[in-house]
Design a protein around this ligand. Sequence first.
Ligand code: C2O
Ligand code: CU
Length: 462
Amino acid sequence: MTRLNRRQFHQSLLASAAAASLPTFASAEATPILNARVSSARLAPAKYPETRIWGYDGLTPGPVLRARQGERMTLLFRNDLPQASSVHWHGIRIENAMDGVAGMTQSAVEPGADFLYDFALPDAGTYWYHPHNRTYEQMARGLYGALIVDEATGAPEVDLDEVLLLDDWRLTDEAQIAEGFGNMRDWSHGGRIGNWITVNGDGAWARDVPRHSRMRLRLINTANARIFSLDTKGLEGWVLALDGMPLEAPQPLGDLVLAPAQRADLIVDVIADEGEEAFLVSVESDGGYAIAAFPVGGAVRQERLAEPTALPPNPVPALGDLGTARHAELRMEGGAMGGMRGAMMGGQMTDMRDMAAQGKVWAFNGMADMGDTPLIDASRGETVRITMTNDTAWPHGMHLHGHHFRQIAADGTLGPMRDTVLMTRGETVEIAFVADNPGDWLLHCHMLEHSAGGMMTWLRVS
Ligand code: C2O
Ligand code: CU
C-alpha cells in the first residue's frame, strides 16, 4: 500500500465520496421520461396509410416498463397531447397519490405539463399502464403499455418471455381511428368494439420459435370493451397467474377468456412440428382468427420440459373472517334493454332520456355519478365483502383500484386473486379483500364506455 500525502488523501476522499453518491445523482438527473404524444403507427397492412395515434413515447403499445419486485418505479410523465391526461398503473397495489386517477388522486396533467410518478412495486407479475382521463378516447387512440415486475426470486426458466398486448381498433376505410368516441349507442350497448385486432400494435404479429421451446406469454387485454376468447394451436401449457397474481398451482391451459384489463401469464411449450406454425387464436362468433403466429424452427431440445411449478406468491394479506367482514351490495343497472327508467344524478332523480343527454346511461345502486359518499368506508386492515349484481343485459368487467380481491363462490370456496372480474348478464358475484391500502379507490367497469356512462363508484380506506 502506498502512503498518501495530505493532498492526495483529500483527493481520494473526495473521489470516493463522489463515487458513493454517484448513483443518486445519476438517477435523479436521469429520471426516465414517459412522454405522451401524437404520432403514427403501422397498424394496418402495407397497402393502407399509417394510422395517426396517440402513444407513450410516440408508440403503441408504449414501451414495456420493467423492474424487479421490491424496487421503485420513478418516471416523469410529460403530456404533449392536445388533451389533459394522467397515468394509472393498473393492478399495482400502489400508494394512493400515485394511482393516476384524474380528478380524484391528482389533477389531470394539462398539455405541456408534467407529473412525477414514484412508487413501490410490492408484487411481481404482469401489470399495465394507461390514462385515467377521458380513458375511453385516449386508450382507443393507442395510449397503453405493459408494466412488468420480475420476481425477486423464483422466476420460472423459459426460453422466451413475450408480452402480448391484445387490442381492437375501430378504423375507417383509410385505416384512421374512427371518431365518435361519445357515441351513445356504444355506451349503452357493449362499448366501442373495434374492427381491427392487433397484438403489440401489429395486425400480423409473428415470432419465430424453436420446437420444444418454452415461452412465458404475458397476455394483456387493452381493448376498450372487447372480451377476448382465446385458444391456442400447436402450443400446450398452463396458466400461472391471473391479473398479475400467481395461482396456487398451474392450471392446464384450456379456453381462456380475458375481459378488458384482465391479464394472464401462461407457460407454453411449442409442440407443433418444425416448419409448421403455432398460433394464438381469437375465437369470434364466426370462427377462430390467428392473432399471433409462431413459425416453428428446429427443436431446441429432444423432449418437452417438465411441468412448471407455481410462481412464488405475492405478499397479499390473507382474508379475515368473512362472516363479520364489512359488507356492501352493488346493483348494476341501465344500458340498452335494461329497463332502467332513471337514476340519481347530482342529487336529483333524472329520467333515462335526460341522463342520456348528459352522457349517463348506467347506474350503480340507483346513482349515475360517483356521489360524495363512498360505497364503503373501511378501516385499514378490515376485510371487506362486496356482493355485485349485474342487473343489466350486458357483460361487465369490474375493476377495483389499489387492491386485489378474491371471488367467493356460492359454496364458499375462494377463487384466484384478481383485480378485474368478468360478470355475465344477470350474474351475481361476491368479492372479498383486505382493505389495507389507505386512500380513495375506484371500483368501476373497465368497459370504458360503461364507466364513462355511469358505472363507477369509490371506496375509502382510512
Ligand atoms: Cu385500468 Cu380505473 O383502470
Ligand atoms: Cu360494463
